[in-house]
Design a protein around this ligand. Structure first.
Ligand code: ADP
Ligand code: MG
Length: 240
C-alpha cells in the first residue's frame, strides 16, 4: 500500500518577541496507509508540533505536508474543516469532551456537523459506545465517569466518522498503567479493523512498542526511524 502521509522538509519556527524558537528543524517522514506510526521523544522535542501540522492545525514555516496527496499547508480554513470531517479523527490527552453533554451526545457531535439524521446518529453512536465497552454509561456526563471511561468516549467520538487517519497526542498521558494498556489496545484494535492509519504521540516506550514504525524525535529533528519488526502483539484476553 502507498503512503497516506508525506512530510517534506518541514520547519516550524515560533516567534516569542525577539526570540526565535525552532520547534521543528527539517523533518521528512512517510507513513504508509493502514499502519501505526508513533512519534516518540522527550518533552519539547517537537512531537506535538509535527502532529498538529500533519493534522492541518498549524502551518509550517517551510516545507510541505501531503495527506492523501493533498497539500494541507495550502488549504484554507474552510477546506481544512471539510477535509478533517471527511478523513481525520483526533484523540487528545485531556479528552476534550463537552462537560454538559452525556457520553451519547458527545459521541454524536461529529455526525451533527455532517447533517446525519437524528435516528441514524443515535444508532451509530450507541454502536460505537458498545464497541468501547460503555453501553452502560451512555447517559453519564464526563464528570460522572473515570478518566479511562472519558477517554473511551473520546475514542468512540473520534472513530464515529470512520476516519482514514487517527491522530492522537499523548492519549494515555492522564491514565494509570493498566488503563493505558486498555485504551491503547482499544485504539489499535478499532484502527486495524477498518485499516485506518494511526499516528500517535507519546513519550512512553511501552506504547511505541505496538507501532509498526517508531519515529524517534530530538530537539526538533528526527533522530532515527525504526521499523519495528518485533512489534508487541495485542493480547486480547480480558479486553472489553
Ligand atoms: P513536545 O510535544 O515534543 O513536548 P512541542 O512540539 O510541544 O514538543 O514543542 C516543541 C518546542 O516548541 C518546545 O521548545 C516548545 O516550547 C516550543 N513551542 C511549541 N508550541 C509553541 C508556541 N505556540 N509558541 C512558542 N513556542 C512553542
Ligand atoms: Mg506535546
Amino acid at each position: 500500500m502507498g503512503n497516506i502521509v508525506e512530510v517534506k522538509g518541514v520547519r516550524k519556527v515560533y516567534r516569542m518577541g525577539q526570540e526565535k524558537i525552532v520547534a521543528l528543524d527539517n523533518v521528512d517522514l512517510e507513513v504508509e496507509e493502514g499502519k501505526y506510526c508513533c512519534l516518540l521523544g522527550t518533552s519539547g522535542s517537537g512531537k506535538s508540533t509535527l502532529l498538529n501540522m500533519m493534522a492541518g492545525l498549524e502551518k509550517p514555516t517551510k516545507g510541505s505536508i501531503l495527506i492523501k496527496n493533498y497539500p494541507v499547508e495550502k488549504m484554507t480554513e474552510n477546506q481544512l474543516a471539510v477535509f478533517r470531517q471527511k478523513f481525520i479523527g483526533f484523540v487528545f490527552q485531556s479528552y476534550n469532551l463537552l462537560p454538559s453533554l452525556t457520553a451519547l451526545e458527545n459521541v454524536t457531535m461529529p455526525l451533527m456537523f455532517k447533517g446525519v439524521p437524528a435516528k441514524v446518529r443515535k444508532k451509530r453512536a450507541l454502536k460505537m459506545l458498545k464497541a468501547v465497552g460503555l453501553e452502560k454509561r451512555v447517559n453519564h456526563k464526563p464528570s460522572e465517569m473515570s478518566g479511562g471511561q472519558q477517554q473511551r468516549v473520546s475514542i468512540a467520538r473520534s472513530f464515529i466518522n470512520n476516519p482514514q487517519i487517527l491522530f492522537a497526542d499523548e492519549p494515555t498521558g492522564n491514565l494509570d498503567t493498566s488503563t493505558t494498556e486498555e485504551v491503547m489496545k482499544l485504539i489499535i484494535d478499532l484502527a486495524e479493523e477498518h485499516n485506518q492509519t494511526l499516528i500517535i504521540v507519546t513519550h512512553d516506550v511501552e506504547i511505541a512498542d505496538f507501532a509498526h514504525k517508531i519515529v524517534h524525535m530530538r530537539d526538533g529533528n528526527i533522530e532515527k526511524i525504526q521499523e519495528n519488526n518485533n512489534r508487541r502483539e495485542i493480547n486480547y484476553e480480558g479486553i472489553l
